[in-house]
Structures are given as structure tokens and as C-alpha cells.
Ligand binder design. Structure first.
Ligand code: NAP
Length: 263
């Protein structure tokens, strides 16, 4: 009997890496602050062309390393709650860079409050920004990815989608919806060589969670097996892994980055 010997390939080569001579294009929603801004910087540093949007330009990542990113960086104002602005943004990206290889549905909104007191306006705003917006953006970007039959989509969810907490039911519903969307889209887009995964972070320090008191942060750290809060880079690492060729056979999954909080 002849033993099967897998063909050798370099550590960076994968079935998806066929033509990386040309720069790959990433779309990151909400690249002006927090995790989105870090992802934009890391992708640019890795040679990607990067397109991002936010409602305000304030806080957009600036190049502090002496590199010239002008050619590879694109920002346009868009709002997750405006379908038209999202479609305009994706059309502008396709025109500017010609193709899209990666979408990170990063931008999100958090509003806390018990369901008994939460306004309908808040309910609509959270679902629009955290669920409908990413769905519309995915639809627009996936159509561009389908032309070349390859791509990766990463949805940034939250541990609220897997563990119940009071006061965040609408946020939770939106993120749990996003994770379900991930699995279904992985089935739809897999045959087109487009992978879809969720990154599910626990707490990391950004504007989004600035209102969390030191006591609540301490409590989260105490309940975390690793006995500390995550560094934002550790969440970005998981996104970068799912964007990389190292994850070329992973789709439809949720990777929880919470130091074991939900285990
Ligand atoms: N921080 C945490 O502890 C934590 C934990 C679990 C999950 N997450 C998730 O991780 C993701 C990133 O969170 P983050 O903490 O980095 O948030 P952040 O610091 O508040 O940044 C949010 C980004 O999204 C943009 N954005 C927000 N609403 C938008 C809208 N309606 N339209 C367009 N852009 C919008 C913001 O820019 P503008 O305001 O200018 O629009 C900003 O660039 C979110 O999906 C969040 O739910 C965060």
C-alpha cells in the first residue's frame, strides 16, 4: 500500500493564496476608533489596501511610522443605519480598488437598559446598526467577492450572544442574530470559496464600554479564568487569524476571545 504524502507548501501558501502578487483589499466597518482603528492599522501594515467608513472622520488612524498609506487607504462617511450610504460606500471601494477580499463587520453600537424601560427608538437603532447594517454590507461586499470566487467575512459579535446578562437584551439579540447569520452565510457562500466566521470578544477597553465602572471591570477580571481583561490586540489577533491563510479551512465558526469567561 502506498502511503499518502501531502504535497509540500510554504507556511503562507494555501488554496486561497493563488494570486497574492496584487494587493488584497479589506473593508473594515468603523475604522475610526477602537478595534476597527487597530485592524485598519494592522492590515495596512500587512500590505493590504484598506477601506473603512464611520459617521465621523475624527479619530481616523494616522500613520506614525513614516509609511505612505495614501494609495492604500480609503475612507468615506457612511452610517450603518442607512442602506444607501453603505451601498454607495461599497460601490466606491469597488471602483477604487477593483475587488474585495475581506470584510470585517466591526462597527457596533451599545446601549444598556432593562427591557421594561428601553425606548422603541433605542431598539430600532441597535438592531439597525448591529444587525441590519452588517447584513446589507455583507450583501454588497459578497457580490463583489463572488466575481472572483474568493473572500473572507468576519463578523464581530460579543460574548453577550452566548451568555445572558441583564440590561443588554437588545444588544444581545442583535449579536446573537449576527452569529446565526454567520453560520447561514457560511453555508451559502462556502461553495463560492468565501469563508464566514464570527469573532466573539469579551470586554476590551474602548469608547464603547467607557461607562463601565472600575468595580465592574474588576468583577469581570475576577470571573475570568485567566484573571485579567483582554488587551485589544488579543481580539485583533483572532480577526487577523481568520483573515489569514492559516484559517483557510475554517468557516461558519464563532471564535470566543474572552480568557475563558464563558467556559
Ligand atoms: N469594547 C468591548 O468591550 C466589546 C466587547 C464585545 C464586543 N465588542 C464589539 O466590537 C466591535 C468594536 O467595538 P469597539 O469597542 O471598538 O467600538 P468603538 O470604540 O465604540 O468604535 C466603534 C466604531 O464604529 C463606528 N460606528 C458606530 N456606529 C456607527 C454607525 N451607525 N455607522 C457607522 N459607523 C459606526 C464608530 O465611528 P463613528 O462613531 O464616527 O460612527 C467607530 O469607528 C463592536 O461590534 C462591538 O459590539 C466590543
Amino acid at each position: 500500500m502506498t502511503a499518502f504524502v501531502a504535497p509540500m507548501r510554504s507556511p503562507t501558501e494555501s488554496p486561497q493564496s493563488a494570486s497574492h502578487a496584487e494587493p488584497r483589499t479589506a473593508v473594515v466597518s468603523g475604522g475610526s476608533r477602537g478595534l476597527g482603528a487597530l485592524l485598519v492599522r494592522r492590515l495596512l501594515a500587512g500590505g493590504w489596501q484598506v477601506a473603512t467608513f464611520s459617521r465621523k472622520a475624527a479619530g481616523l488612524p494616522r500613520d506614525g511610522s513614516g509609511n505612505d498609506w495614501d494609495e492604500r487607504f480609503f475612507w468615506q462617511q457612511a452610517d450603518l443605519s442607512s442602506t444607501a450610504s453603505l451601498r454607495d460606500f461599497v460601490a466606491a471601494v469597488a471602483q477604487r480598488f477593483g475587488h474585495i477580499d475581506l470584510l470585517v463587520n466591526n462597527a457596533g453600537l451599545l446601549a444598556e437598559g432593562l427591557l421594561a424601560t428601553v425606548s422603541e427608538k433605542t431598539v430600532q437603532a441597535l438592531i439597525a446598526a448591529n444587525l441590519v447594517g452588517p447584513i446589507i454590507l455583507t450583501q454588497a461586499c459578497a457580490k463583489v467577492m463572488m466575481r472572483r470566487k474568493r473572500g473572507a467575512i468576519i463578523n464581530v459579535s460579543s460574548i453577550n450572544s452566548v451568555r445572558g446578562h441583564p440590561g443588554v437584551s437588545i444588544y444581545t439579540a442583535s449579536k446573537a442574530g449576527l452569529d446565526g447569520f454567520t453560520r447561514s452565510m457560511a453555508r451559502e457562500l462556502g461553495p463560492l470559496n468565501i469563508r464566514v466566521n464570527s469573532v466573539v470578544p469579551g470586554f476590551f477597553a474602548t469608547d464603547l464600554v467607557a461607562s463601565l465602572t472600575p468595580e465592574r471591570r474588576d468583577r469581570i477580571a475576577r470571573r475570568t479564568p485567566l484573571k485579567r481583561l483582554s488587551d485589544i490586540h488579543e481580539v485583533a489577533d483572532a480577526v487577523m487569524f481568520l483573515a489569514s491563510e492559516g484559517s483557510s479551512f475554517i468557516t461558519g465558526q464563532t471564535i470566543i476571545v474572552d480568557g475563558g469567561y464563558t467556559c
